[in-house]
Design a protein around this ligand. Structure first.
Ligand SMILES: Nc1ncnc2c1ncn2[C@@H]1O[C@H](COP(=O)(O)OP(=O)(O)OP(=O)(O)O)[C@@H](O)[C@H]1O
Length: 656
């Protein structure tokens, strides 16, 4: 395939220089896409199908490969033919006689695992099954997150291959593969609906930039380069042009993020509309056409009632007025055509009328006015917000203008909502929303607008919600998103965290999310959890020592600590001559240790985690439940080992 692409001669088929350049560019992209990736084998699975009528054998890989005659040699993992590789079981063999999984070490084939799905169970087989999965999970991490195509599990595959029309919401305990599933679903949808999604676009939304840097390689590794990845904050900033330089107190942020603000904004946007009390007189040539006030008022009321976007209505109004003029012209015996209607709509008298009764709205200026003009806020939020709530979100010192305002992230979302009330936000084909549990209702709405005619994959864990407005129930979140009928799936089989560690972390569950089921783990790793108490004076030293010990083993090491403890620990590591980096930075063999503030740990993982002073992690949050949730996140980042080092007593649920 590579040779074919390289030997393509386009000199005969291109008529001009531009065509030649374009074609050459495409050929080069194809050659690049076909490049050999050392360490990434061409196939990872094989299916032998029962005779139907002929037996068939397929190799499954990350991409399609064909032979010199164009016959397939390796089938893309996303093709329908590949599906039984992920779904077939002894109970439901789906026509598969043998499923073989290949194991590789650095690109070299070193193992395989067979399952005879239609045979009576061989004695050794069930035990061996899953060994490759275990090896794959425990393979030491160096760079960013990697794909899981070779080992996607049946319950994950069902979500990955959900149709493009359907929005799925996945509630999943830590390490159950939510992020992996979301990314693979995008790859799958791009394969199954390439043209449609190329037109409409896809987007992955994550909680912060370091998380995005961690996941950014997964889709390109699967051959998908065109998927944008962003955070809600960046998405909204880019759409509104608002630069966020301020922050909100919790109380203000909570109100600004509340879904009730949508109605406040709707009223605010329409607040400038007035019902005309004067007639409109259009002069054309020697004639004057007069539309009486009551008829204009009727037109305005009708537009208000129709529920169309403010901007669209503003554009419709002059046409309506012109229509009323045309009706009069016809009655007077004239025969005006469309051009006359256009001209009347652009008549100065009509324009003046529109300016007066349906003023242009600048979303940012409107939100600024709402937040700084107490009377205006009171008018728009009557019966919606309380006096106290209004006082909480009102800016104490009104800024001079949109540019000098210290916008907060929540303000930017309000501006985005207002902008959508004026002009519809274009919808993408598919949006993946990861760590969704932390979004406010207004943020859900902002994401929902971006997939209003498309679908979404919503991924999250209610137990890991750490914002004051964290999602309490998925049904509510999905209705804010505009997808109330989406199916909610639960994943409870944990891949990342070993059994001992997840059991330890799960002691927190009754205190942070009593309704949720405990995660199980596919891996037992005796000795993976160590808890060490030390004196206060020895804490930093003991933490550095624990990091050193972890670094003696292969793979990545994360030192997670309360944000307030990070400077002291950085100093202790520096003093000990121990190199370390921040989350999102490239790690390499020289710097395998990442010092992770607890507030950035969400979604990340390390082969070995050292957790500093759990009590400080809890104390870093405004209330105990949020603190314990933050701790739950920190406790569930480890793949192979977790060392907890503490001087203060452990939080109660852990010390049980
Ligand atoms: N089927 C699988 N095969 C191999 N590895 C897997 C599989 N499923 C998940 N993993 C691995 O388990 C780890 C956790 O997955 P992921 O980060 O997607 O979980 P998550 O549910 O998003 O976790 P969190 O709630 O902590 O964000 C990753 O290293 C991922 O590659």
């Amino acid at each position: 395939m590579r040779r074919d692409a390289e030997s393509l001669d386009i000199s005969d088929v291109t008529t001009n220089w531009v065509n030649a350049q374009v074609l050459q560019g495409q050929i080069e992209a194809r050659i690049k896409a076909l490049a050999d990736l050392s360490g990434t084998p061409l196939f990872f699975g094989r299916l032998d199908r029962l005779p139907d009528p002929e037996p068939a054998r397929y190799y499954i890989g990350r991409r399609h490969v064909h032979d010199a005659d164009g016959d397939p040699m390796v089938i893309d993992w996303r093709a329908p033919v590949s599906q039984p590789f992920y779904r077939a079981s002894r109970r439901d063999p789906q026509g598969v006689e043998l499923r073989r999984r290949f194991g590789y070490t650095g690109g070299e084939l070193t193992a395989y695992e067979d399952e005879h799905l239609t045979d009576p169970v061989g004695p050794a087989e069930p035990e061996r099954t899953g060994e490759l999965l275990r090896r794959e999970i425990e393979r030491p991490r160096t760079g960013p997150m990697r794909d899981i195509v070779a080992t996607i599990q049946p319950e994950q595959d069902e979500i990955v291959r959900t149709g493009v029309e359907g929005t799925v919401c996945v509630q999943g305990a830590p390490g159950t593969g939510k992020t992996a599933v979301g990314l693979h679903r995008v790859a799958y949808l791009l394969y199954a609906h390439r043209e449609r999604l190329a037109r409409t676009g896809t987007l992955v939304i994550g909680p912060n930039r370091s998380f995005l840097r961690y996941i950014e390689q997964v889709l390109p590794a699967l051959g998908e380069l065109a998927v944008a990845q962003t955070t809600v904050d960046d998405l909204v900033a880019a759409a509104t042009g608002i630069e966020v330089r301020g922050t909100d107190g919790t109380a203000a942020a909570r109100i600004k993020g509340d879904a009730r603000m949508a109605e406040v904004l709707r009223r605010a946007v329409r607040s400038g509309v007035t019902v005309p009390t004067e007639p409109c007189v259009v002069v054309r040539g020697s004639r004057r056409w007069r539309i009486p006030a009551h008829e204009l008022a009727e037109l305005v009321r009708e537009l208000l009632d129709r529920g169309i976007r403010y901007g669209a209505a503003r554009e419709a109004l002059p046409r309506r007025v012109a229509h009323a003029v045309l009706v009069r012209m016809e009655r007077a015996g004239e025969a005006p055509d469309d051009r006359v209607q256009d001209a009347v709509a652009r008549n100065p008298a009509v324009k003046a009328l529109v300016r007066a009764v349906w003023p242009e709205v600048d979303p940012a200026r409107l939100v600024l006015r709402l937040l700084s003009d107490a009377d205006f806020l009171a008018e728009c939020s009557a019966g919606i917000l309380t006096d106290e709530e209004r006082e909480t979100i009102r800016l104490p010192r009104p800024p001079r203008g949109v540019r000098s305002a210290k916008w907060s992230a929540a303000d930017a979302v309000l501006v985005d909502e207002a902008a959508d009330l004026v002009r519809r936000t274009p919808s993408l084909g598919h949006v993946v929303l990861d760590e969704a549990q932390d979004l406010s209702p207004m943020q859900y709405r902002a994401v929902g607008r971006r997939c209003s005619t498309g679908s979404a994959t919503v991924l999250g864990d209610l137990a890991q919600g750490t914002t004051p407005w964290a999602t309490a129930a998925w049904a509510e979140a999905l209705s804010h998103l505009g997808k109330p009928d989406a199916a909610v799936e639960e994943l409870t089989r944990g891949f990342r965290v070993p059994r001992e560690v997840i059991a330890y972390a799960s002691r927190l569950l009754p205190h942070i999310a009593p309704g949720l089921s405990e995660a199980t783990s596919v891996r037992d790793a005796p000795g993976s959890l160590r808890v060490r108490a030390v004196g206060a004076a020895e804490l930093d030293g003991a933490v550095v020592a624990a990091c050193r010990e972890a670094l003696e083993r292969e793979g990545s090491v994360g030192l997670i600590a309360a944000d307030a403890r990070v400077p002291a620990l950085a100093a202790a590591l520096d003093a000990a001559g121990q190199a370390h980096v921040s989350p999102g930075a490239e790690t390499d063999d020289g710097a395998r240790l990442t010092l992770v503030p607890a507030t950035l740990a969400k979604g990340l993982e390390y082969d070995h985690v050292v957790l500093d002073e759990p009590a400080a992690v809890v104390a870093g949050e405004p209330d105990e439940r949020t603190g314990l949730r933050r701790l739950y996140v920190a406790l569930t980042r480890a793949v192979s080992g977790l060392a907890v080092v503490h001087a203060a007593p452990l939080p109660r649920p852990l010390s049980r």
